[in-house]
Design a protein around this ligand. Sequence first.
Ligand code: 5GP
Length: 190
Amino acid sequence: MSKGLLIVLSGPSGVGKGTVCSALRPRIPNLVYSVSATTRKPRMGEVDGVNYFFKEREEFLSMIENDELLEYAEYVGNFYGTPRDFVEETIASGKDIILEIEVQGALKVKEKFPDGVFIFLTPPSLDELKDRIVGRGTENQATIDHRMSVAVDELELIRHYDYAVVNDEINLACKRIESIIIAEHCKVMK
Ligand code: 5GP
């Protein structure tokens, strides 16, 4: 049995990674989603074990210590990381898994899984990105400014990715990602 694909969907905060992943769920029903651990406090409506595994800082540090994370990154004052076992078991079982993570973490995954499929989701413009972060209404001004300055740095790292997908319209972005996954399954192994 062949292994599943490890797909990393990355890009700046506010670009719509979460929205794109939600829209992909009904379109690609057999795609598995990695649930990250974070020390960030839950936002309204977020559920532990569904959106994230919400952890205290000490719990997160012990996950790092015990090598339970495939990658982790500190992002705007909080830790975020991908539980390793779930990803490795899913791929080994032949299913595709998608990780929705920020750029530093994506580059660490690339070191360990160079055969992964690395997709960078870009905003149509930086102004549009700011409008989306502000419009979400979940961050204060200082956090918005911090996320925007991180986004500018993150956009520079696009060259490390296999694909760039513009999130101009959700259905189009999903179609592009679906096409990438189909093409990756058709690839001739060398
Ligand atoms: P948010 O606080 O908006 O949910 O997420 C902040 C950023 O952390 C987003 O860019 C999100 O994709 C990223 N992120 C979520 N989970 C992980 C993870 O497990 N590892 C890394 N490196 N980044 C993550």
